[in-house]
Every structure is written in structure tokens, then in C-alpha cells.
Write a new protein. Structure first.
Length: 616
């Protein structure tokens, strides 16, 4: 006697058509199981759809997450009481216990026999049978299964499902699919449904017309299959429609936030990356946004505190351990003790930190700084959570940054000078970077030449066949050098889109003489970057600035003419501007004196321009 013959109701017998395996595969084709954790099967029958899902889950990588077993949560609804019993037996634990017993019997056959001093062996047929039962056990072990209701049309659960998969009775399939759409429209989710094709092809009832309209609005995809059940357990030649609907996750709107936003007169703005906004635009939006977010969060916390008495675990009066079922925490690492209230001050501090971090990531606000300066000022973010995100406090931060900028720029320029000279002096090729001379009160002075070589690790792939370089790595190194020369140049040189230039070079396989803002770059796979400067005057200014800061040039440098210098001072000038022979540096030094405004002025600071935007 088949399972169809022993269903308990005439209604069930009339609408019960178990889904053939090939039809199940077509219905669920394209599902990304990484996105699925909860499933509802509202017309489960004897469990063909459930069984396939469990098999896919247990045999795939979906069942494990970070070395922890991960189960798929499947709820079923079935109107027939006998079929409900079958489902509970198959997937509710009883059959799993029987399978474990069968596998134990196989294990007993292969146990070590002390008398024969050998292990038993299974026959080929027994091995095959054992593998079958192990697969059946896996299907059940990685599934959390429940029968939650009898009639889907009267189902009123509040649980949300990532996927509703269904083969409803053909007679009222339209009602079942409308119900599934209603459920998924609350929070979003996927629907996969098998319907009698006639339901869609002949929409003569109001319900069918409504279903057709909703499917069109949801961009449902439909494929028709003739004889989809012709090889099923209960055969029928009816044509069916496979329906796939993906309803986006619905976040909804916050009444609290909307009221506060309206009170603050905040307009809706496009969703843009705050790191791309101009400073003035950023401040006009983000300060008000901060105030609204903090007020909304505090109001939510206070609302939660007021609601706590109505969210208790138990209805028993006087229960001293009656904690709320719903917990509101602050920060993703926050773990409150049961009954403990959220820390409003912690919420404010974390929100402040988030907005300060957004400001210190803004490309115009801090993007012109070299990487070491960016890291220095980003380090301030951790302490800024103690200060409100207001225009006044932003202004104070900018004032402090501006005060530190002169020393910061000086340190950055000197750091680059050392990187291009002494830092890599151990590398054979870099010996050509430096022109040595006898400096003021020292014989260890040096300056860079118009061509320098910089070792760069990780710029090329380790694979021998790869000729392309890592654009991001090259851009990082070159960008820091360019920004230093921006300070010296005062941004007088036309800008070059560095990243796009390197991208184009990489795409075309070009590694030699790549044109950047201040120099051409040649990249070698052995791990070196060769730099050839365009502007010798800028190189001279860089050398003069660094050598004066290191006290390698006479204190009178730039203040008196060559002929008025002492012999000791002239010797330094001859070595710095010439080959060291007497008088070799006089001509070049005289050219410096004619343009002291360029060669001897302090590097340009970037922060005053930002300061003006902040002070608006």
C-alpha cells in the first residue's frame, strides 16, 4: 500500500502530488545556500522538498561555519494528520535514532575479535548500504526540523524565513502563493513555488488576477513545464509553472528617527561616501546627522527601558529572576548581564567615535597628508570619543593639527630624505642615489641626485609568469614621495591621476618610464623602483631644505654672497654645488641667491585651506 492510499482525508488525497526529484532540482536551481538559514515548506506532504534541501545542505559546505556545525532550520506545515506523522517520524528524531542503531550494527561487525585477533570486514554490499545510511544520518543531523501548523492559509506565525518552497494543492495554489507573498513581504525573502500552469494562463478569477499583478510587481520569473509530474509517484500530465520570486529585505522606517530628523530640519540626501565629500559639504551634513542619530539612539534606549516590564520571561508575579526576553546592547562586543540596562554614555561615546572616524577618513580633510602623518592624526580618533562632534570641537582639532603641521611636514620631508639616502645604503644599486660632500663641521654630508633607486618589496607577483605589478603597492610608495614634493612645490605642478596612470601602465604591461607628477618611474621585478626627477630646481630645493635642517650647510647659507664667505664656508659650497674643487660651487650658489624666495622658503602647509572650509 502506498503512502497516497493511507492519507487520512479526502482533501489531502485530492491535492497530494509528491514532487518528482527532477522538478525539485529545477525549482531550487540557482539558490545560493550561503544566504539561506530558515526555510518554510507550507505544503510538505511526505517531505520530498525537505529531503532534497537536507541532502544539498549536508553534502555541501553550508553545514559548517568556522569549524562549528551549522544546521538549517526547516519548518513544515501539512494539513493531513497522517502525513504530519510521517514527517515527524522521518525528520523529527525517531528515524535518526533507528539509523544510528543500524550504523552501530555495522560498527560491531568490524570490531576487533580477541579470539581470531583480527577485525571483521563488511561485504561490498554492506559497505554500500552503510554509506547510504551515513548519508541519511547526515541529512537529519544538519537539520533542525519542526512541524509548526496544519493549514497554511490559517497560519499566523511571526517567524521570518529566508526561503519558502512550496508545491501547494493545485485547486487553490493561487491562495497559497498569495499567502507566501504576504509573509515574505513583511521582512523580505525568497519564494519558490510549483503551480498548475492554468492558474497563470487563465486568470479568470479576482484572486488569480491579483496574483498575476503581484507577481508582475515583484518581477517574478516563470517557466512552464509540460508533464512535470508524468514520472512522479502520483502521475498527472498537467502542465505546471515554476515560479521564482525574490523579495528584497525590508528595513522599514523608524518613526523615532523620522520625527527627530523633521524637527532638526534635515533633508534626505543621496547615499554618498562621506570620504568623498568636500569638507564644507561634509560638515554641513554630518554634524546635524550626528545630533539626530544620538538623539534617536537615546530615545530608543529610554523607550526600551520603559518597555522592559512588558517583555518579561515569566508571567508569574513576584518572580525575582524575571528578566526581559529582549535585550538591547550597545556595541557589537557588548554582553549585558540579564536585566542590566544599556549604558547611554557608552552609546554616545561610540557614536562620537564613529563620526570622528568618518571625518578623519575624509579624502579632502586628511587625504593630502603622507601616510605617516595620516596615521598620526587618525590616532587621535581613539581619544575623540570623549568630545562631542560639534563645529567648535572640529575647529579646535584643526587648529591643533595646523599648529603641529609645520613640525610634521619637516619630519616627513627629512624622513623621505633619509629613505632615499642612508636607509637603503646597504643595497648595492642605491650607492648611485647619493652625492657625498664635506659638510659644515662634518665629513659625512650627502644629498640626492636627480636619479634615485628605492627597494620595494611585494610590488610584483611571486609567480614567474606574471609580468604585471601590484598597482596599489606602487601607488602607496609613489604617493608618499609625491606628497612630500607637494609641500616643497606648493602644488604648482599640474596634477596627475597617479592610480589611473599606474593602472593603464599595468594593463598595457608597461613598467619603464611611467610618467608621474614629479618624476618618471621604472619598476623592476627584482624589487626596485627607479625614479628620474623632471625638475632639477625642485630636487635642489629638497636637498637644500634637508641639508640645512641637518646643519650640513653653513649658517650663512643664502644670506651672503660666495665671495664674502670664509674659506671653510666656500669649501662646503664647492662640495655641495660642485665637484669639490675650488670655486666649483660659486655659479650654482649665485643662482640660488637670485631666487631665495623659491629655494629657501618654508614648505607649503595644506591645513590652512581646510581651516577656511571648517570656519565657514
Amino acid at each position: 500500500m502506498s503512502i497516497i492510499d493511507i492519507t487520512a482525508t479526502e482533501y489531502a488525497k485530492k491535492g497530494f502530488y509528491p514532487t518528482p526529484l527532477e522538478l525539485v532540482k529545477k525549482l531550487l536551481d540557482g539558490i545560493d545556500w550561503d544566504e539561506i538559514q530558515t526555510v518554510l515548506e507550507p505544503s510538505a506532504g511526505k517531505g520530498n522538498l525537505v529531503d532534497y534541501i537536507a541532502q544539498v545542505w549536508s553534502s555541501g559546505r553550508y553545514k559548517r561555519y568556522r569549524h562549528n556545525e551549522k544546521k538549517i532550520d526547516i519548518d513544515c506545515i501539512e494539513i493531513d494528520p497522517h502525513l504530519r506523522s510521517v514527517l515527524k517520524y522521518e525528520y523529527g528524531g525517531t528515524h535518526e535514532a533507528e539509523i544510528l542503531n543500524i550504523l552501530r550494527q555495522f560498527d560491531q561487525k568490524t570490531q576487533y575479535n580477541c579470539v581470531t585477533k583480527s577485525r571483521g570486514e563488511l561485504t561490498t554490499m554492506e559497505e554500500e548500504e552503510k554509506r547510504y545510511w551515513e548519508a541519511e544520518l547526515d541529512k537529519r543531523r544538519y537539520m533542525d526540523f519542526h512541524v509548526v501548523h496544519d493549514d497554511f492559509l490559517s497560519f499566523s506565525g511571526r517567524k521570518s524565513y529566508d526561503l519558502i518552497v512550496m508545491n501547494p494543492p493545485f485547486a487553490d495554489g493561487d491562495a497559497h502563493l498569495l499567502k507566501a507573498i504576504e509573509l515574505q513581504s513583511i521582512a523580505g525573502g525568497k519564494i519558490r513555488c510549483i503551480l498548475n500552469a492554468e492558474t497563470l494562463l487563465n486568470p479568470y478569477t479576482n484572486r488569480r488576477k491579483l496574483l498575476k499583478q503581484k507577481m508582475e510587481n515583484l518581477n517574478a520569473t516563470v517557466s512552464f513545464i509540460d508533464g512535470g509530474f508524468s514520472d512522479g509517484e502520483r502521475k498527472t500530465e498537467v502542465s505546471v509553472a515554476l515560479i521564482k520570486i525574490d523579495i528584497p529585505f525590508y528595513r522599514g522606517k523608524s518613526d523615532i528617527y523620522d520625527r527627530l530628523k523633521e524637527a532638526a530640519n534635515v533633508e534626505d540626501v543621496p547615499d554618498v561616501d562621506v570620504t568623498d565629500l568636500s569638507v564644507s559639504d561634509l560638515l554641513s551634513r554630518i554634524v546635524t546627522q550626528f545630533n539626530v542619530e544620538v538623539d534617536a539612539g537615546l530615545k530608543l534606549i529610554r523607550e526600551y527601558v520603559a518597555m522592559q516590564p512588558y517583555l518579561l520571561e515569566s508571567l508569574a508575579n513576584g518572580n525575582s529572576y524575571n528578566y526581559p526576553n529582549l535585550s538591547l546592547t550597545v556595541g557589537y562586543k557588548d554582553h549585558l548581564y540579564r536585566g542590566e540596562l544599556p549604558d547611554t554614555n557608552k552609546f554616545v561615546r561610540l557614536t562620537r567615535h564613529k563620526y570622528w572616524e568618518a571625518l578623519f577618513s575624509n579624502k579632502e580633510f586628511i587625504g593630502k597628508l603622507t601616510s605617516n602623518l595620516r596615521e598620526k592624526y587618525r590616532g587621535m580618533v581613539n581619544s575623540m570619543g570623549n568630545y562631542d562632534f560639534t563645529l567648535f570641537n572640529i575647529q579646535q582639532v584643526v587648529i591643533e593639527m595646523n599648529a603641529e603641521m609645520a613640525q610634521g611636514i619637516q619630519d616627513t620631508i627629512i624622513a623621505l630624505f633619509d629613505k632615499l639616502t642612508t636607509e637603503h645604503s646597504w643595497y648595492p644599486e642605491t650607492s648611485r642615489n647619493i652625492h657625498y660632500y664635506n659638510g659644515w663641521k662634518t665629513n659625512k654630508a650627502h644629498k640626492i641626485n636627480s636619479k634615485v633607486i628605492v627597494p620595494v618589496n611585494g610590488m610584483f607577483s611571486d609567480y614567474s609568469w606574471s609580468k604585471t605589478f601590484e598597482v596599489g603597492k606602487a601607488a602607496e610608495v609613489i604617493s608618499d614621495i609625491e606628497k612630500v614634493f607637494d609641500y616643497l612645490d606648493g602644488n604648482m605642478t599640474v596634477s596627475v591621476d597617479l592610480y589611473r596612470t599606474l593602472e593603464r601602465a599595468c594593463e598595457s604591461g608597461l613598467t619603464r618610464n611611467i610618467p608621474c607628477k614629479y618624476f618618471d618611474v621604472t619598476l623592476y621585478k627584482k624589487g626596485t623602483m627607479h625614479i628620474k626627477f623632471h625638475n632639477q630646481d625642485l630636487v635642489d630645493r629638497f636637498n637644500i631644505y634637508c641639508c640645512r635642517k641637518k646643519n650640513w650647510l653653513p649658517p650663512c647659507y643664502g644670506n651672503i654672497a660666495y665671495q664674502n664667505m670664509s674659506q671653510e664656508e666656500k669649501t662646503v659650497i664647492d662640495g655641495f654645488h660642485g665637484d669639490g674643487t675650488s670655486g666649483a660651487g660659486e655659479k650654482s650658489y649665485s643662482a640660488i641667491l637670485e631666487r631665495t624666495g623659491y629655494f629657501l622658503s618654508a614648505p607649503t602647509q595644506e591645513m590652512p585651506a581646510l581651516m577656511a572650509a571648517v570656519m565657514q
